[in-house]
Design a protein around this ligand. Structure first.
Ligand SMILES: [Zn+2]
Length: 465
């Protein structure tokens, strides 16, 4: 160790409010698992159902619509939504503002991560959970510092500041498990690279080197004049190092037996587990793969599935006798939506559903619905997905047609009406402890989808008096 090193012990945001004091007296769940399908509207769920059969979360006892608008939007008026074809295309949220609302109960401007419209940090549900002694984690099928996992852990005015967001997550947060894409040394097909692609998803090259070397100390100054250390995740006064996990085999091994205290899981893939994989046709997904059936390009077997990552994360987190809060994101449902790739959409929904099945199996076998709350929802809809013939009919009237199933394992007939996000209601499913409390958060009734809550309801339900 060099002389003159200043050791920075990171100051973490401690919530320390009535929220944390109230957690146990309010008979809140021991464990909370929030699963976010990025870009997963009602029809994205329907596409998955028509292809794969009814999905386990569709039978959860609590089912609502959910509003997603951000502070950059203009709310959601049910009657307006169905009076013009373009209403839902306007002023939709981005994933950063939506993740902030889901995690912190605060509506913020598009692009913001864990800060309010004024730019000041707002505490999130993982921080509240850390304050009551729980373990916490985030798992995603896209980059670890991408908007949704970032919105549950970090605080930044700009979601584009990937490197500093990743540094906050890895170096300063008290989170115990972070898993997702962003591995610098692999491409989107999982091929090892001779030169690293970039280190932005993991907080820069020095952070990556620190993870490889010890998982605890990082020379952030290129002159080597100081170093920093990771946070004390469990409150015993000692910084807790990260165990870096990369291979599919290692993820699978983590799903059973003893585990390290803190795990940073970065599968050997660059931006996302499966959605950007290509074959000999090239890499222009929108152009070359638009008409592909699901799995026309075989799945990349080298990377873990989102379900395998979720099992691994839970097996690390459930060592904490106080319980845990975990967010799992199906992040590339949104990417398939932006690119209007129907086959990839179905694959991504199926991968997300498998992760939910893994969660349900864990609750059934190792926990119970009396101590664990599971919520499945989305941050927004992407692609304005409806059935064929949606739009203006021959008589000039607007119609929204349902997707048309063609039988199991057959691609349903569907029509994309946008390449962006929409302000559509998204589905909200809940099961387990306290799930009935969401009834108190119903904000209105939509003519098509019935009662809806808002995306701030999860944080509010768990923290408000
Ligand atoms: Zn998006």
């Amino acid at each position: 160790m060099k002389r003159g090193i200043i050791l920075f012990v990171c100051v973490v945001i401690s919530v320390g409010t009535a929220w944390s004091a109230n957690w146990n007296t309010r008979r809140n769940p021991k464990n909370v698992i929030i699963l976010v399908g990025d870009g997963m509207g009602f029809n994205q769920v329907e596409a998955g159902s028509l292809f794969s059969g009814r999905q386990v979360f569709e039978r959860f006892p609590v089912r609502y619509g959910c509003t997603t608008f951000s502070a950059s939007g203009n709310g959601y008026q049910p009657d307006s939504a169905w009076a013009s074809f373009d209403y839902l295309k306007k002023r939709a949220t981005d994933s950063g503002a939506a993740a902030t609302a889901l995690a912190s109960g605060t509506k913020t401007t598009n692009g913001a991560i864990g800060v309010g419209p004024d730019g000041d940090p707002v505490p999130n549900i993982l921080e509240v959970a850390e304050d009551v002694g729980k373990a916490t984690g985030v798992v995603s099928s896209v980059g670890i510092s991408h908007a949704t996992p970032a919105g549950f852990v970090a605080h930044s005015r700009s979601r584009g500041s990937l490197e500093s967001i990743a540094q906050e997550m890895i170096l300063r947060s008290r989170v115990d498990v972070i898993m997702g894409a962003g591995n610098p040394w692999f491409d989107d097909n999982g091929n090892a690279l001779a030169e690293p692609k970039n280190f932005r998803w993991v907080g820069g090259e020095q952070v990556w080197k620190g993870l490889l070397l010890s998982g605890a100390r990082f020379d952030l100054d290129t002159n080597g004049t100081y170093e920093t250390t990771v946070a004390d995740a469990d409150g015993d006064g000692v910084p807790d190092r990260w165990e870096l996990v990369q291979t599919r085999r290692a993820f699978r091994q983590l799903a059973a037996g003893p585990t390290p205290k803190r795990v940073l899981g970065l599968p050997q893939i660059h931006e996302t587990l499966q959605q950007k994989r290509t074959d000999q046709r090239g890499s222009n997904l929108r152009q070359d793969y638009a008409n592909d059936e699901p799995y026309a390009v075989p799945l990349n077997e080298k990377v873990p599935t989102l379900a395998e990552m979720t099992r691994a994360a839970i097996n690390v987190l459930d060592n904490d006798p106080d319980g845990f809060v975990l967010m799992v994101e199906g992040g590339a449902i949104d990417w398939a939506g932006h690119a209007n790739l129907s086959g990839r959409l179905i694959e991504e929904v199926a991968g997300f559903t498998e992760a939910i099945e893994a969660v349900v199996a864990w609750v059934d076998s190792a926990s119970s619905w009396d101590e664990t709350l599971v919520v499945v929802t989305a941050d927004h809809e992407t692609g304005y997905l409806w059935g064929p013939g949606t739009g203006f009919g021959a008589d000039g009237a607007i119609q929204w047609n349902p997707l048309q199933g063609q039988g199991l394992r057959q691609m349903p007939a569907m029509q994309w009406n946008s390449t962006g996000h929409t302000n559509s209601l998204v589905p909200f499913f809940a099961k387990g402890r306290c799930s009935e409390r969401f009834a108190r958060f119903v904000d209105g009734t939509d003519p098509r989808y019935g009662q809806f809550v808002d995306n701030t309801a999860i944080f509010r339900m768990l923290t408000e008096d």
